[in-house]
Design a protein around this ligand. Structure first.
Ligand code: HEC
Length: 241
């Protein structure tokens, strides 16, 4: 009897420390979710969980979670990828093209990732909680975006694998997705990687997007700080049609 009890306690504590399986295709129930930013019609997520090399020098491996998010709204399709290790250790990765310190850990039945953008007042903590039946995943995000408070609660519902198709398709290229991209090398980037480049511009200058862009009108060339395209500039802004 005592042995059985010990075994029960042991397996219970083992299963407590196990990482919940978040993998699969998820779609947000937007009615139940609270989301900042422009409204979207569809919010789709694919989560993958697998072991990967955490430390290149020691070849130490750890569980890695990769969350690919796609939203469809007024601005068309927008994608973002967040990838982190779940071993409680800090690692500098890249999020939206910018160096970001990330620490992922299992806390009880939740997966928690804390992210901090190097040298900027931007950070977030995302908490993922799986329902007992494994069909609902609540993603709560709290933090600061360039000093502005950030809070999202997304209620995700499990989908068949086939529902992930729109997110597995190659992404639209920047040249087609945006109105005014003239540089050939930038035209050929997937739209989200193009935006990563923009985030990197901002981050490396320590300025926000409005340093080069007119707010909400990213396609106009009205600001002198927006460098003209092509090598050997300055060529001045091209005529607007
Ligand atoms: C250092 C200046 C600079 C900063 C800062 C900057 N951009 Fe840009 N952005 C550009 C230039 C230059 C282009 C045009 C590139 C081209 O024509 O090839 C551009 C183009 C764009 C476009 C395409 C516009 C369209 O609709 O056709 C978008 C979208 C964009 N930027 C978003 C952003 C966002 C979001 C940020 C902030 C995270 C940002 N940019 C920060 C210089 C900047």
């Amino acid at each position: 009897m005592k042995k059985l009890l010990a075994l029960t306690v042991l397996t219970a504590s083992l299963s407590l420390s196990q990482t919940p399986d978040l993998s699969g295709v998820w779609r947000a129930n937007l009615q139940k979710s609270k989301r900042m930013g422009p409204p979207v019609i569809t919010y789709l997520v694919i989560i993958e969980q697998k072991n990967a090399v955490f430390n290149n020098r020691t070849k130490e491996e750890a569980l890695q979670i990769t969350e690919t998010t796609g939203t469809w709204g007024q601005r068309g399709e927008e994608r973002a990828v967040l990838s982190f290790f779940v071993n409680g250790k800090l690692k500098v990765g890249s999020y939206q093209g910018v160096p970001t310190e990330m620490t992922g850990a299992v806390e009880g039945n939740k997966v928690v990732v804390k992210a901090e953008v190097a040298g900027r007042p931007s950070n977030f903590t995302r908490t993922y909680e799986l329902s007992a039946d494994g069909k609902t995943l609540t993603m709560d995000e709290e933090g600061s975006n360039e000093g502005h408070p950030l809070h999202n609660t997304i209620i995700l519902e499990k989908q068949d694998d086939a529902a992930g198709e729109p997110l597995r398709k190659p992404e639209e290229l920047a040249g087609a997705h945006f109105k005014n991209v003239k540089t050939d090398s930038l035209k050929g980037l997937p739209a989200s990687e193009f935006l990563d480049t923009m985030h990197y511009f901002s981050w490396s200058l320590g300025k926000n997007c409005e340093f080069c862009h007119v707010q909400h009108k990213m396609d106009v060339d009205d600001k002198k700080e927006k460098p003209p395209p092509g090598p050997g500039g300055p060529q001045g802004p091209p005529p607007q049609q």
